[in-house]
Design a protein around this ligand. Structure first.
Ligand code: CP3
Length: 340
């Protein structure tokens, strides 16, 4: 099996350097579109054979060094007691939103084998299919990002209701975070037991908070999740999007790798992190619009900067977008391998 991804997570340098890409299975791939034409997104997530097929697509087509389970961070919220739909155009909708103690009573922590058996079955199928290929990454949303969807009822620009709860009803906020943390711990433990060989915790909206509020209201819960996974001896990746100002805090988390978005300057981050963590990232997804020669120089510079970190896994600073040409993504993978 190709172990360069796992090695760099633990700070062991490799040549070439590993690359995988957030949202590597997705709408920019015609092969993904073909599967999606026949089925809606949630059914795709809940059908192990199909979820396995689309997880494997980027491994075979692009030659990336890790696979990431095809699913969504919102999947465990449905069995907690909310209705989840993905509407064309509006994105995910969760109802009814959680805004009060009474709403909280409708929620229960999940039993993964019973509530999300399809996720665990997908992991088992993938491990079988990936035997001689690459490691499999499992994932979950971090508690704060998950509760933004639960409290807002879907995507949001300024997280008004979530931050209102945080400042106006902190006890309620903490209770909700505790319930979601317990679910996330159970969910990720079940993924590790089913065979996930690394996990990534996505805190997509952590950057909406000041460092002080993040440290008080959010970090303890994310870190509780990461700490609970220590027993599995698999690398843990902590990715807080838009979180350069949070690095002095996330640096303390129980993880092997810190994910960096494209706004962060790698040398600045390496200064803060020192030898404590490997890094993952961080090319701007839009840099894939660059012409080939320019892209080559850009990739080279990220690799040179990453080489100074404890370990470096090349990735984009956030998910690849549907508008990107598949050939460009293929080229990126080739460039990373060739230049490292
Ligand atoms: O990285 C991967 O390839 C693994 C699969 C994955 C998906 N979503 C597939 C997906 C992962 C790890 C996620 C995480 C996720 N989902 C996050 C955190 C990371 C991030 O991107 O910030 C968030 C916030 C979500 C919630 C979510 N799911 C949104 C906001 C959307 C977009 C809705 C839209 O209409 O564009 C989704 C849908 C989604 N998740 C798609 C995919 C491939 C697109 C679904 C489709 O085929 O239409």
């Amino acid at each position: 099996m190709n172990k360069i991804f796992l090695k760099q997570c633990y700070g062991e340098k490799t040549s070439p350097s590993p690359i995988w890409i957030m949202r590597q299975a997705g709408r920019y791939l015609p092969e993904y579109q073909a599967v999606r034409q026949k089925t809606d997104f949630l059914t795709l997530c809940k059908t192990p054979e199909l979820a396995t097929e689309v997880t494997l697509q980027p491994v075979d087509i692009l030659g990336v060094d890790a696979a990431i389970l095809f699913s969504d961070i919102l999947i465990p919220i449905e069995p907690m007691g909310m209705e989840l739909v993905f509407s064309e155009g509006k994105g995910p909708l969760l109802s009814p939103p959680i805004r009060s103690e009474a709403d909280l009573k409708r929620l229960r922590p999940i039993e993964p084998e019973h509530d999300v058996p399809f996720v665990l079955e997908t992991i088992r199928l993938l491990r079988e299919a990936l035997k001689e290929k690459v490691p499999l990454i499992g994932f979950a949303g971090a508690p704060f990002t998950l509760i933004t969807y639960m409290v807002e009822g879907g995507s949001s620009k300024n997280f008004l209701h979530t931050k209102k709860m945080m400042f106006e009803a902190p006890a309620l906020f903490h209770n909700l975070m505790s319930i979601v943390t317990e679910t996330t711990i159970r969910y990720l433990k079940a993924q590790a037991e089913a065979g996930a060989q690394a996990i990534q915790l996505f805190d997509t909206w952590a950057g909406a908070l000041s460092r002080k509020d993040y440290e008080e209201f959010v970090f303890p819960y994310s870190n509780r999740v990461l700490t609970a996974l220590a027993q599995y001896n698999i690398p843990r990746i902590h990715f807080a999007l838009n979180g350069s100002h949070l690095l002095p805090v996330t640096k303390k988390s129980a993880c092997e790798v810190i994910g960096l978005d494209w706004r962060m300057d790698i040398p600045f981050c390496v200064d803060i992190l020192g030898d404590s963590k490997a890094i993952q990232g961080n090319m701007d997804p839009c840099a894939l619009f660059m012409p080939k020669s320019q892209l080559k120089d850009h990739v080279k510079s990220i690799l040179e900067q990453g080489a100074k970190a404890k370990g470096h896994i090349f990735n984009l600073g956030h998910g690849v977008m549907p508008e990107i040409d598949q050939e460009k993504v293929k080229l990126l993978v080739e460039l990373v391998h060739e230049l490292s």
